[in-house]
Design a protein around this ligand. Structure first.
Ligand SMILES: Nc1ncnc2c1ncn2[C@@H]1O[C@H](COP(=O)(O)OP(=O)(O)O)[C@@H](O)[C@H]1O
Ligand SMILES: [Mg+2]
Length: 276
């Protein structure tokens, strides 16, 4: 089947008493295997709901969702989907379950019946990569918010998923920690072909993706490359997203008659455009 995620005319409503609260409307979308997609939108625009639909935590109120080739409305496919699609949530407390850091990371592997030796190897590697080794025996509730966020990510990475959805999962990290985690996720995408859906409020982070999706009030209002998004000045203004310094600089140079192509997104590309 083409696409790791396929949505056909998907609607989602939450219900509060007899009131229906629409969260997603008429979404048609295919995400290719190995793609890196940034998902943006204001608070309440439906980003988390979409993440939950992809991971089969929620079933669409209308339409169909296929994840990793499986329809998410078929009960016996749900565990398979959750094993293949790792979701790192906004609030790490909601996904930490183990009594210690290392037990927590091993939890999903234990459920799958992975052999002890392999489990120890994976947990050790993941702790090392996310700078958690010194906290192996610590109770998760004693961790800082940033450490909890790295732990939640570690539990997902240990499962070696085909796709990772990070739902503002770097929001509690300091800039260096944020950059480190994001670089790691991007590395998994580039080197191992793990599909990455990165939900973020930061335009700089979205510009690293190959494709950007923007939700507004449950509607998909933009779907295109980062370069195309930067040309949508009215949309950027509406969403309150100011251009990153590098993009502003490229624009000012262009206004001075220096031919900087609109595809320039990184310092290296800018230097090459000015000094070929
Ligand atoms: N459990 C819930 N019950 C009722 N309404 C909800 C619930 N979760 C989200 N919503 C509503 O659904 C809409 C989309 O929310 P959400 O997907 O969390 O947006 P985002 O992640 O973009 O902030 C919002 O209007 C929100 O208030
Ligand atoms: Mg959210």
């Amino acid at each position: 089947m083409r696409g790791i995620f396929i949505l056909h005319n998907v609607e989602y409503y939450y219900t509060r008493g007899s009131v229906k609260i629409p969260a997603l409307r008429g979404i048609d979308l295919t995400v290719d295997h190995g793609d890196f997609v940034a998902l943006m939108g204001s608070n309440g625009s439906g980003k988390t709901t979409l993440a939950y639909l992809l991971n089969a935590i929620l079933k669409p109120s209308r339409g169909r969702v296929f994840s990793c080739g499986c329809p998410t409305d078929e009960k016996d496919k749900i565990l398979e989907i959750r094993g293949r699609v790792g979701l790192v949530m906004q609030n790490p407390d909601s996904q930490i379950v183990g009594p210690t850091v290392e037990d927590d990371i091993a939890f999903g592997l234990e459920n799958l019946g992975v052999k002890r030796e392999k489990m120890i190897r994976i947990v050790t590697e993941v702790m090392d990569r996310l700078h958690l080794s010194h906290l192996a025996g610590r109770e998760p509730h004693l961790l800082s918010q940033g450490e909890k966020q790295r732990l939640a990510l570690a539990g997902v990475l240990a499962m070696e998923p085909q796709a990772i959805i990070s739902d503002e999962a770097t929001s509690y990290l300091d800039p260096a920690g944020r950059r480190d985690v994001l670089d790691y996720l991007v590395g998994l995408n580039r080197e191992k072909g793990v599909t990455l859906i990165h939900i973020t409020h930061k335009l700089e982070e979205a510009l690293l993706a190959k494709r950007v999706l923007v939700l507004r009030e449950g509607n998909l209002i933009f779907d295109g490359s980062p370069g195309k998004l930067l040309r949508e000045e009215a949309l950027l203004r509406d969403m309150g997203w100011s251009l990153p310094p590098l993009i502003r600089l490229a624009k000012l140079l262009r206004e001075k008659g220096i031919p900087v192509p609109p595809t320039v997104l990184s310092p290296k590309e800018l230097v090459e455009a000015i000094c070929p």
